[in-house]
Ligand binder design. Structure first.
Ligand SMILES: Cc1ncc(COP(=O)(O)O)c(C=O)c1O
Length: 467
């Protein structure tokens, strides 16, 4: 098993190059063998597995393998699969008077960056089925410019789903479909500014791109401290200028803790007493592994909380499909800010998602991915206990990422060591608000990101760089 592709985790070597997929894949594999990065005897993944990871037809991979078998780079035997040929030439060392080996673009071999689901898990067949049904049934007007609020079919299905699965108080009229969470956030930033709000507090750990969207809309973004119980919402009362707050209550990003019940109440109390608005980023609310997810904060006060959900974690970020559930008073203004010329997910995609959810395929997909990510998190925790016992995983069993706590003064060198080992990871400090001078050190590990066949290799590589 140690020579399997999964253990090897060699995603780099199968990045097709050039125009044709078959010839590009053949060239990439040949180069990987030639350079010695796939040593003799290495077992390659089955054509089915590799095709699934690459998102291509199985025949394309099978043909590329066949070409390389014919050229002598690979061998194929019944029962032992496809392997790198024992006699395949390995890379010549440079400086020996030979022509230099072609330069291979340096890219991380293992991707453990947070922010992406396992793209190889996208439910292609079910999505296609839903698209076929949705487009067959769609009226002609569905191919027109469309309602800036989003297709009513999608808003109706979302209202039912969000109420059932996330405890959101939703009605189709309150929902606005947008092209990703970022789109919703930038619209809200603009409307807040138009309403005269000057400051939107943000959690002291979060994504700079989200902060930048708010500052781009003309808002200041002071940090609201985060600790082991989530954002310290009781401190909002002292932030005199804040008219809004952006939060991740179900699973703080990136520290991984849920917002404590008292703090949920404090946030709502603040919003009521100051006419403030809470922007609830529920980016991975479906993925909780130890218990039922806590319901959305929006359920506590739908007139003071905007719920923002996205398909980026549950399905794929490439869909650019997200939704906001707005206080009734905000719908018209958000739509006005949006206007008719804004970007919008394509109507056929909206209809496909509506059908995908209504048919039960979304629930099934979420359940199956939940199992996949849960297994990965369990494997991560077990591997660390055995191979890096001084490193603790913080946060709850949820989501697609985890924070590994590191001893003070080590984060930088660990991230550097990881980079040298071809492992893409991010340090916790990267997510710290610029107004904070210091904070705990750690790694934010996106265990959801690798394809299924690359996960074991990525985990192994991670354990090798940890102190
Ligand atoms: C904290 C957080 N919020 C929201 C999102 C979703 O953003 P979008 O819907 O724009 O892809 C992500 C995705 O990475 C995220 O990490």
């Amino acid at each position: 098993m140690t020579d399997s592709w999964a253990a090897f985790g060699a995603d780099l070597h199968i990045e097709p190059v050039g125009p044709g997929l078959r010839s590009g894949l053949t060239a990439a594999l040949r180069e990987a063998v030639r350079s010695g990065r796939l040593p003799p005897g290495t077992r390659l993944p089955s054509s089915r597995t590799l095709a699934a990871d690459l998102g291509t037809a199985r025949n394309t991979v099978a043909d590329a393998y066949a070409d390389l078998v014919a050229e002598g780079w690979l061998t194929a035997r019944q029962g032992s699969g496809t392997r790198v040929a024992r006699r395949a030439p390995v890379a010549r060392r440079s400086g020996a008077g030979t022509a230099p080996a072609p330069r291979v673009r340096r890219r991380p071999v293992h991707n453990l960056l947070p922010g992406s689901p396992d793209l190889s898990g996208f439910p292609r067949a079910e999505w296609l089925k839903a698209a076929r049904r949705a487009l067959t049934d769609a009226p002609h007007e569905a191919f027109g410019y469309g309602d800036p609020q989003g297709r009513v079919e999608l808003r109706t299905v979302l209202a039912e789903y969000l109420a059932r699965a996330r405890g959101v108080y939703a009605a189709p009229e309150r929902i606005v479909v947008c092209a990703g969470f970022v789109h919703g956030l930038s619209l809200l930033g603009r409307v807040l500014r138009r309403r005269g709000v000057r400051e939107a507090a943000v959690e002291s750990y979060g994504l700079d791109i989200h902060r930048d969207l708010l500052t781009g809309a003309g808002l200041r973004t002071p940090p609201l401290p985060v600790d082991g119980l989530g954002a310290r919402t009781e401190e909002l009362a002292g932030m005199r200028g804040a008219g809004a707050v952006l939060m991740t209550p179900a699973h703080q990003f990136p520290t991984g803790v849920p917002l404590h019940a008292d703090r949920r109440a404090a946030a709502v109390d603040w919003a009521r007493s100051r006419s403030g608005l809470i922007l609830e980023d529920d980016y991975d609310g479906e993925f909780r592994y130890d218990r039922q997810p806590v319901g959305a904060l929006q359920g506590l006060d739908p007139e003071r909380v905007v719920y923002l959900g996205t398909a980026s974690k549950s399905l794929a970020p490439g869909l650019r499909l997200a939704w906001m559930v707005l206080p009734e008073q905000w719908v018209a203004e958000v739509l006005e800010a949006k206007g008719g010329a804004e970007w919008m997910p394509a109507s056929p995609d909206q209809l496909t998602l509506a059908e995908f959810i209504a048919s039960g395929a979304y629930d099934r997909h979420v359940r199956s991915m939940r199992l996949r990510y849960r297994r990965r998190r369990d494997a991560l925790v077990a591997a660390l206990a055995e191979r890096a016992p001084d490193v603790r995983v913080s946060g709850i069993a949820a989501g697609l990422h985890a924070v590994l706590e590191l001893p003070p003064g080590t984060e930088r060198s660990v991230v550097q060591a990881a980079t040298w080992q071809g492992l893409a990871v991010q340090g916790l400090s990267r997510f710290r608000h610029p107004d904070l001078a210091s904070g705990p050190e750690g790694l934010v590990i996106g265990y959801g990101s690798p394809a299924e066949s690359a996960w074991a290799g990525a985990l192994d590589a991670l354990c090798r760089v940890l102190p």
